[in-house]
Write a protein that binds this ligand. Structure first.
Ligand code: TXA
Ligand code: MG
Length: 339
């Protein structure tokens, strides 16, 4: 059930959060907002609660989950040998879209880390999320609240579409601000390495850390084994998504629309608002005014194309600086064809 917090006064909100926290303490699962995407949360120190999250998502057990804390100090309870640079990063970027991999303490179940000695921790920049964690008095294990293989949820409605039958409380605090998941940073190596680009840019991290590497291939373990001939499968929409990495693909995209129409296929286009007119022959054109808005609505837009049952989606790639790196990473995973 979706519980709309924005319609409530402070007291009502507190009551709802207290009830959700009680559910978490009782080993139940609650969906909650963060600044990146909605999460599916459970007591991160309770093995059977964590197992419920995997089961509801249909997530493979070998894909570890992030522990969410309400403040940097709480990391001491679940991690050991915390390096100084981790404290610097927490001070500078928390609460915010940065997940750190740190050596875990024994209290953290192996189910959370999929057997790794490192645990992923993050402090979300959402009042609701942090109030929930504080009240629950435990770190909250939470993957994105989508069914495995679906785009991450950036609105409570998306959680409801994917998992509504199995989750009793979906805390709705409106659309998430960033729209892409957190940046996952491995601090156990030197220089540190980004395992998943996300809401916090590599450029921002490099201001604190100097050089930061990108993981080769940037493989996300939530992906199913790739189907033959398919490079990426993670967020794949039903439609055939063509990603143009070429800087000026507009002519090629327009020709492709005509070709697909000749084959009887419907075509959706995702492009800058000021290019929309150029693609008016497409069946659906979804637009954005800048990369911030593209990130905010990317997953929602992929869901819209699926609902409208377009056969082919054409997307012009963007520059890989700042949030563009995470956008291109998600688009490549969603793509069936790179141009
Ligand atoms: O923004 C986010 O990070 C959202 C919100 C809900 O916080 N969460 C999220 O969780 O995106 P999830 O489970 O969908 O993605 C977590 C990523 C996965 O790619 C997972 O493999 C990686 O983090 N990860 C988690 N724990 C790890 C660990 N111990 N070692 C390596 N990678 C880890
Ligand atoms: Mg996910």
């Amino acid at each position: 059930m979706i519980i709309e917090l924005s319609l409530m006064n402070k007291e009502q909100r507190e009551q709802v959060i207290a009830k959700a926290a009680e559910q978490i303490r009782n080993g139940e699962v609650v969906a909650f907002p963060t600044e990146t995407v909605y999460g599916l949360g459970a007591n991160g120190l309770d093995v059977s609660a964590v197992r419920k999250v995997f089961a509801i998502k249909r997530r493979p057990l070998d894909n570890p989950v992030i522990l969410h804390v309400s403040e940097p100090d709480a990391v001491k309870d679940i991690c050991r040998d915390i390096p100084l640079e981790a404290w610097d990063l927490m001070e500078r970027f928390w609460p915010g879209p940065l997940t750190l991999l740190l050596p875990k303490k024994d209290v953290v179940p192996d189910e959370v880390t999929a057997g790794s000695s490192l645990v992923a921790v993050r402090c979300p920049d959402s009042e609701v999320a942090r109030a929930l964690i504080r009240e629950a008095k435990v770190p909250i294990a939470a993957p994105s609240a989508n069914r495995s293989g679906r785009p991450s949820p950036t609105r409570a409605m998306h959680v409801n579409e994917d998992l509504g039958d199995e989750v009793t409380m979906i805390l709705d605090d409106g659309p998430t601000g960033i729209g892409l998941e957190s940046t996952v940073l491995d601090l156990s190596m030197s220089p540190p390495m980004i395992l998943r680009p996300g809401g916090l840019s590599r450029e921002d991290l490099e201001q604190v850390l100097g050089v930061v590497n990108l993981a080769p291939g940037l493989i996300d373990m939530e992906a199913a084994p790739p189907a033959p001939g398919m490079k990426y499968t993670h967020y794949a929409p039903e439609a055939h998504l063509v990603l143009y990495e070429d800087l000026y693909p507009f002519e090629a995209m327009r020709n492709r629309i005509t070709e697909e129409h000749e084959k009887g296929n419907s075509v959706g286009v995702l492009c800058f608002a000021d290019q929309a007119e150029f693609f008016s022959i497409a069946d659906i054109v979804l637009t954005y005014k800048d990369l911030i808005e593209l990130a905010q609505n990317l997953f929602a837009n992929l869901r819209i194309f699926d609902e409208k049952k377009v056969d082919v989606i054409l997307v012009a790639g963007v520059s890989e600086s700042d949030i563009g790196l995470a956008i291109m990473n998600r688009l490549r995973k969603a793509a069936s064809e790179l141009r």
